[in-house]
Design a protein around this ligand. Structure first.
Ligand code: DX5
Ligand code: ZN
Length: 228
């Protein structure tokens, strides 16, 4: 669980987000990107409260976890839900390798990060574009991943907010040894700017699965990011 994910994100990685995949043939879509080298699969959970849409949960995670793990991969769960502390055990049990919740969704961030590690997963905290970087400074040492949203969460296919690279530069000195992840509007043309600013884990949804050739699209983003 956390060991595999830790090894994978020790070097820069592009993580395809299945939010933009064709769910009628999800297994095939996973094979396509994993055959192309993807090893971190991003899994977006929305509850209809923290963000308006409702997406997928532990049932779908448990359906794909073995396939991802058998191919040497890991599942990066991104919870866009209220009261994440109530759900983390279910996601760990369903096969999550890392679990990231939103700083805005709970006043108990230290406790939730610690609980995620105790469940055997890497622990991540996410911040929305309007949340100041200082809001995660007190979590240094507790978080393995700090996810800086580069869009307002809820939907794939939005453009990266132009202020993102500058925000990541302010965030980088505050996170200690945690990896910085970005999510939203990442494609071959935007990934370079956030990589230079200090990011090493790049989520890409529509840029990969919205393409006619997800494997080629993945490879193009990897090349532009200098990642794997
Ligand atoms: C949106 C999700 C993202 C989404 C990104 O709130 O957290 O992971 O899949 O999609 P793109 O890459 O299309 O912006
Ligand atoms: Zn996400």
């Amino acid at each position: 669980m956390s060991e595999r994910m830790g090894e994978l994100i020790a070097s820069p990685r592009v993580a395809p987000s299945i939010l933009s995949a064709d769910f009628a043939r999800l297994g095939t879509q996973l094979d396509e990107v994993m055959d192309a080298g993807a090893r971190v699969i991003h899994f977006d959970v929305m509850d209809g409260h923290f963000v308006p849409p409702i997406t997928i949960g532990p049932l779908v995670l448990s359906a794909i976890a073995d396939q991802v793990h058998d191919a040497g991969g890991a599942v990066d769960v991104h919870l866009m839900i209220e009261q994440p502390e109530r759900q983390i055990a279910e996601f760990a049990k369903a096969g999550a390798d890392s679990i990231t919740f939103h700083r805005e969704a709970t006043p108990h961030a230290n406790r939730v990060l610690t609980a995620i590690r105790e469940l055997g997963c890497l622990a991540g905290v996410a911040i929305n574009p309007a949340t100041p970087v200082e809001d995660v400074a007190g979590l240094r040492g507790y978080a393995d991943i700090v996810l800086n949203m580069t869009i307002n969460p809820g939907w794939g296919g939005q453009e990266m907010l132009p202020e993102s690279p500058a925000k990541i530069e302010r965030l980088a000195p505050l996170v200690g040894s945690a990896r910085i992840e970005v999510d939203g509007g990442i494609d071959a043309s935007t990934v370079g700017s956030v990589a230079q600013a200090g990011t090493s884990l790049f989520v890409a949804g529509s840029a990969v699965f919205g393409s006619d050739d997800p494997a080629a699209a993945y490879a193009e983003i990897v090349a532009a990011a200098g990642a794997a």
